[in-house]
Design a protein around this ligand. Structure first.
Ligand SMILES: [Zn+2]
Ligand SMILES: [Zn+2]
Length: 467
């Protein structure tokens, strides 16, 4: 068999890294990435009998998206497995596809040391090693042309960590270039989106805005929620020059609003992210932090779902968050002597939620009402029917949403905090139970003791209770 020996020097892969990793329990894979630049010098295939190892051509290459996934830590003594992925080497150079095998002969990955003629190649290989012994070996065989060889190297476990590899191949074929080279990978960590302090996913609560009511225990006006999305590496360092990109939308059916025509979103603003925003935000963070302000709508619910990515230095990660617009702590009102209608126009069976204080007040009112009537000699005590309080998370209660001009707008102006309750006075379309004149008088006489104020409305009494 004719044999040609030639040599490739893969001079340098330089990968830049940020590293200050505390010693951690070895569990979760760490994503590292870097870029590589170098020069390949290789020999042309030699004719039979010629002198080998004469470099005749060189090729400069650059790689920007090299990633190394480490199960374990390069800085923690002990074994680790590293998988190098997306090794892309562009350029019309001869190449060798390397396939890596474990000790049982299973294929664990492949990569391309040099691109085949034209275009670019990607691949991956797996190396096993220890971080303290700094030994790295991987055997590989090229399934295409039968090349084989080893990758050996050292791990430099001081910051920044490096993986210095020597790639040695034999060429059992004829007139085929073989590849011997070295690569130094200096790595940088993967990226994490930290949303108001939460890595990659977050649920953020805020209260609704109050624009169309003059009464609010929580204040009138805009409910403004600051949201920061910070790009961090896995050690918690801010990653500058990071792009934050996400889509957002309201979640239909949330907050008890089963009607969804033209449901209003909240409004995002940011001085640094290129307003206006219509269901999408793309932000060049500069220093690595996107600062946004979110003005909640008046209606409660999961009012914003956001899905997007952070990206920097050729790395990206996905993130998502929701903004739940709500008043916390409302409960289904109920108690002896009370009938609470949970069904409501355009809002399913989501009516009847009260603040605990108002629920308690309703119960006290019912007991005082009963006591008063009994003291007056009544033989039967009627139930008090309540046909409107609040939705499960409060907020604007647009029960007349199907009427012109009332979709996502009042009436029911202040039925949004769990402390407004409508009591049926006359039997009618919404009320099965009414009260006689004498019963109304008895009810009116006890309201203040139960901490209610009364507004008499056409078909019902509107009670304003505690929150
Ligand atoms: Zn509604
Ligand atoms: Zn009312």
């Amino acid at each position: 068999m004719k044999r040609t020996t030639s040599r490739l020097s893969v001079s340098l892969f330089f990968l830049v890294i940020q590293w200050c990793h505390p010693v951690l329990a070895v569990v979760a894979p760490e994503i590292w990435a870097g870029s590589a630049n170098g020069t390949v010098v290789y020999s042309q295939p030699q004719l039979p009998g010629c002198v080998p190892n004469v470099a005749t051509t060189s090729k400069t290459f650059s790689v920007s998206d090299v990633q190394l996934q480490v199960s374990g830590s390069l800085l923690t003594p002990g074994s680790f497995t590293a998988t190098l992925t997306a090794t892309t080497i562009s350029g019309p150079t001869p190449g060798v596809q390397v396939t890596c095998y474990d000790s049982q002969g299973n294929i664990t990955g492949s990569f391309v040391v040099l691109a085949n003629a034209g275009g670019s190649e990607t691949g991956s290989f797996t190396i096993n090693g220890t971080s303290d012994g700094q030994a790295v070996t991987a055997n590989f065989i090229n399934v295409l042309n039968g090349r084989f060889g080893t990758i050996t190297g050292t791990i430099q476990n001081t910051a920044p960590p490096k993986l210095q590899l020597t790639i040695m191949t034999n060429d059992p074929g004829t007139n085929v270039v073989s590849d011997n080279g070295t690569a130094t990978l200096t790595l940088r960590q993967g990226i994490v989106a930290v949303i108001n302090g939460n890595p990659n996913t977050a649920t953020i609560l805020t209260t609704p805005s109050v624009f169309t009511s003059i009464e609010s225990p929580y204040g009138i006006g805009a409910s403004v929620l600051p949201i920061t999305i910070e790009c961090q590496d896995q050690s918690g360092n801010t990653v500058p020059n990071c792009m934050v990109d996400f889509d957002f939308d309201v979640m239909e059916g949330s907050g008890g609003h089963v009607h969804n025509t033209d449901r209003p979103t909240g409004d995002f603003s940011s001085s640094e992210c290129g307003e206006p925003f219509v269901q999408h935000i793309s932000c060049d963070t500069g220093a690595g932090v996107a600062l946004l302000f979110y003005v909640a709508p008046e209606a409660s619910g999961i009012t914003e779902t956001a899905n997007g990515t952070v990206s920097a230095n050729g790395l990206s990660n996905s993130f998502s968050f929701t903004i739940n617009v709500q008043y916390d702590g409302l409960m289904p009102a109920n108690g002896p002597g009370l009938v609470v209608d949970i069904a409501s126009h355009n809002h399913g069976n989501n009516n009847g939620w009260a603040s605990p204080a108002t629920n308690e007040a309703l119960n006290y009112m019912a007991s005082l009402f009963s006591d008063t009537l009994r003291a007056q000699g009544a033989s039967a005590i009627p139930v008090i029917e309540i046909d409107a309080i609040s939705l499960p998370f409060g907020g604007l209660f647009d029960y007349a949403a199907d009427q012109v001009g009332h979709n996502w707008l009042p009436p029911h102006i202040s039925h949004r905090f769990g402390n407004n309750a409508d009591v049926c006075i006359k039997v009618g379309s919404d009320c099965s139970h009414g009260l006689t004149k004498k019963q109304r008088k008895a009810l009116a006489s006890v309201l203040k003791y139960a901490d209610f104020r009364l507004l008499v409305e056409a078909s019902h009494w509107h009670l304003i209770g505690p929150y």
